[in-house]
Ligand binder design. Structure first.
Ligand SMILES: Nc1ncnc2c1ncn2[C@@H]1O[C@H](COP(=O)(O)OP(=O)(O)OP(=O)(O)O)[C@@H](O)[C@H]1O
Length: 241
């Protein structure tokens, strides 16, 4: 036996990630590994660096320093390949106000050259209870409706790496359940899932591992069980100070 506990290579590998915006050090030396079939939650206070880390993994923000690979692709030199293997629900934006949910899904399917996407698109819209508004422009959508569509869009092509930034924010129980299903389905088919959220209880329900960030750095990686209930709330609170 070797000391290695994972035989397969990680789907997400982050070594010494730094991201600077002018004077602001948004991410300050994060290490992270995530494997097929795993779901990992990113928790931390406002400004801890969760969304910036997600943006780097999605290939939309380049690292200032550090090595980051997603499904074996370097985010710095192979950003397009990263975007192909990732399904990304950004924390804000990403929807075109004058387009309908169906048009969003259609555009994503065409850009990715997905064959036979219509049935899955319809199923996702039904799952997220967006079937009735499938042909209504998103301009008038509530915040929660927009979140639900963003998760459906991220999941459409059954990506190897699913990145959900604040997927539960303002979402009703049906939407939360649909998002939990999407996460469970992704894990079952061997995808790797990362979820950034402020909702600790939902994070531990969805994920097996929790990464706590503070000031752009990782302060702990714990089993989700250690973050559940009142004891978990106390443990989490302790990591925030
Ligand atoms: N484009 C940007 N330009 C300048 N500063 C930025 C930019 N994006 C993020 N930051 C800064 O980087 C830090 C980390 O931000 P980030 O959005 O990653 O945190 P977060 O943990 O996702 O916070 P929240 O929980 O509030 O969404 C913050 O100080 C933020 O102001």
């Amino acid at each position: 036996m070797t000391e290695q506990t994972h035989v397969a290579a990680p789907l997400v590998e982050v070594r010494g990630l730094h991201v600077r915006f002018g004077e602001v050090e948004a991410v300050n030396g994060i290490d992270l590994e995530a494997y097929a079939g795993q779901a990992t939650a990113l928790l931390g206070r406002n400004g801890a660096g969760k969304s910036t880390t997600m943006r780097v993994l999605a290939g939309v923000v380049p690292p200032t320093a550090g090595a980051v690979t997603v499904a074996g692709h370097d985010v710095r030199t192979e950003a397009l390949a990263v975007k192909r293997v990732v399904g990304y629900c950004p924390d804000v934006g990403g929807l075109v106000p004058r387009a309908t949910p169906w048009e969003h899904l259609q555009l994503s399917a065409r850009l990715r050259r997905l064959p036979e996407w219509e049935t899955r698109a319809r199923d996702l819209l039904e799952k997220f209870e967006l079937g009735d508004v499938a042909h209504r422009v998103t301009a008038g959508f509530s915040h929660g409706m927009g979140r639900r569509l963003s998760v459906a869009l991220a999941a459409l092509h059954e990506p190897d790496v699913l990145l959900l930034d604040e997927p539960f924010d303002g979402v009703d129980p049906i939407g939360v359940e649909a998002t939990m299903d999407v996460i469970a389905d992704a894990r079952a088919r061997g995808a790797c899932v990362l979820v950034s959220t402020h909702l600790r209880e939902l994070a531990v329900q969805a994920c097996g591992h929790v990464l706590v960030l503070r000031g752009g750095a990782r302060v702990a990686t714990v089993d989700a069980l250690e973050m559940t209930g009142e004891e978990g709330a106390r443990a989490y609170r302790g990591l925030l100070d």
